[in-house]
Design a binder for this molecule. Structure first.
Ligand SMILES: [Zn+2]
Length: 162
């Protein structure tokens, strides 16, 4: 349970980051809003019924730390079962919209050199150069052939010099 709860800040950050790490931007926005809404309502419940100091800010991280500190109390609460279910659902929903990052190669546009990452329907490098579906096939060949051409050019130059 604690593990699911503590995974929420990272999942929230991934959901909030947008493409290329996201399958469905609208859905990710909804999941982000749900995480904030649901966590803050559980924080309010703890503060109202148990008293004490509310989390310093309404960031997901602070709220998760706060709820984690009150986990034993929440587990004994009448609504404790709902809390467990809701946190599990939030984590699952967030995992559903986040794409595991897959690095396809190195961007060769204008000496960019950043990683090209696939996510959802987008393929772009970390600097934002976009690769259209029509270019995907040639992408692998092109990245590889740049390396080969570079080698040949070096060989030619050193050949001429000797
Ligand atoms: Zn690039």
């Amino acid at each position: 349970m604690a593990r699911e709860l503590l995974s929420l800040p990272v999942l929230f950050r991934d959901c909030d980051a947008g493409p290329p790490g996201i399958v469905d931007v609208r859905e990710a926005g909804r999941v982000c809003a749900d995480i904030v809404d649901i966590l803050s309502s559980w924080c309010s419940l703890v503060v109202c019924e148990r008293g004490g100091i509310a989390p310093a800010t309404k960031t997901v991280e602070d709220m998760v730390v706060f709820l984690d500190m009150n986990l034993v109390w929440l587990a004994k609460h009448d609504a404790g079962g709902d809390f467990v279910v809701e946190v599990r659902e939030l984590a699952a929903a967030a995992r559903g919209v986040v794409v595991p990052r897959e690095v396809l190669g190195v961007c060769d546009r204008g000496g960019c050199g950043r990683d090209i990452v696939a996510g959802g329907v987008d393929v772009r490098c970390e600097a934002g150069h976009e690769w259209r579906p029509a270019e995907w096939l040639s992408l692998g060949k092109r990245v590889r052939s740049t390396a080969v051409t570079g080698q040949r050019a070096r060989k030619r130059r050193s050949g001429r010099r000797s």
